[in-house]
Design a protein around this ligand. Sequence first.
Ligand code: ARG
Length: 456
Amino acid sequence: MTQKLWGGRFTQPTDKFVEEFTASIGFELRLGYYDIHGSKAHAEMLGRQGIIAVAEAEQIIAGLDEIAKDIEAGDLEFSVALEDIHMNIEARLIELIGAVGGKLHTGRSRNDQVAVDVRLYLRDEIDVILDYLTKLESSLIEQAETNLDVIMPGYTHLQTAQPVLYSHHMLAYREMIARDCSRLRDLRARFNQMPLGAGALAGTTFPIDREWVAEKLGFDGVTRNSLDSVSDRDFAIEFCSFAAILMMHLSRLAEELILWSSADFSFIELSDAFCTGSSIMPQKKNPDVPELVRGKTGRVYGNLISLLTLMKSLPLAYNKDMQEDKEPLFDTIDTVKGSLKVFADMIAEMKVKGDNMRIAASRGFSTATDVADYCVRKGLPFRQAHEVVGQTVRYCLETGKDIPELNLAEFKEFSALIEADIYDFVTLEASVNSRKATGGTAREAVERELSRLKSS
Ligand code: ARG
């Protein structure tokens, strides 16, 4: 029987299957580095405070450094009997430096230990994700900058509505990603408080210096209530809700890229590097990457719901249920990182078929609103203008003509207010470029936006 670190009060060994069933070591190896990092700060503080001898603290720290090296080299054998990453590392420390290793856990519990480990880990991952988000933002901005001439149909209900710049469409996604970044920074700042010192739940009897440990580990401060410190997982839930919103955004872009790369739209071409072929249909080039990102959105939503459900109604403070927080959180981090990375690269290499977009934009009476606005400027109330243009569109449908193809006499059939200058208003360029106010699709408004983004 492996000697359990908590074995004192037990007379019988743990059931073998229960050992496996309760262990978290199988899925939390990624916490190893952070567990050691947190333990080193804790040991140093114990020495500084005279809770253990400074020489003992030094021995512990040296032992932990050695374990870190072993873990990195893949030389540490983890044991299910030792349940989790914390006890595997502590047992190895005692094996390595002897009984003094047993002093590390003074004034600490696995409950505050796991709380600090996950925070340290998540903080690092968030910094990587912020970097990936910035790269995706740059890819979108670059698409916008290099395709400023491209006009595409803007849709509502997936029906042609009004022409827009393709750049404007790309910058819409940049807005979403920028808000995702801001959400992520907010939640990072909120949870960057150090929980060590909460002990099992009530605090510790030892004269620890929590503020010193907090500073050493790069936290902005210390948590204020020991019960909450060991039982709070809302930082993980907030992260997963950030991730769910981000994936919702990516899935919308994914859906558009999938539609746009179909033969029927043919608006873009994804690089071969991001597509696969069909085993039976030789002509196929499938947009697997956006499809997978769209699909992976489901598991990220699921992870958020798992965590919310896991935490629902749990009494204070720590409960073993909470060990189930790891896999959904880790899976969310991995999924988000993968999706962002592949999207940033794919979008950077995406080719735009501007001519096809333009042809599509000139179909579907996309400048009908411009004719209505024209009539309004000539004095017609908007409701009447709407009716006039509705009848014009019906005439076009019956005669197979497009609005800019009508001659002036035909226009005048619908409203005497329409003059020869109508033709200045019904081209795609005129329609787009008349929407000049901040946030509009006019080329000058989009260019202003691009230079604002570059200077910020
Ligand atoms: N593996 C545990 C978890 O992830 C660590 C905390 C264990 N605490 C305890 N009292 N059993 O939640």
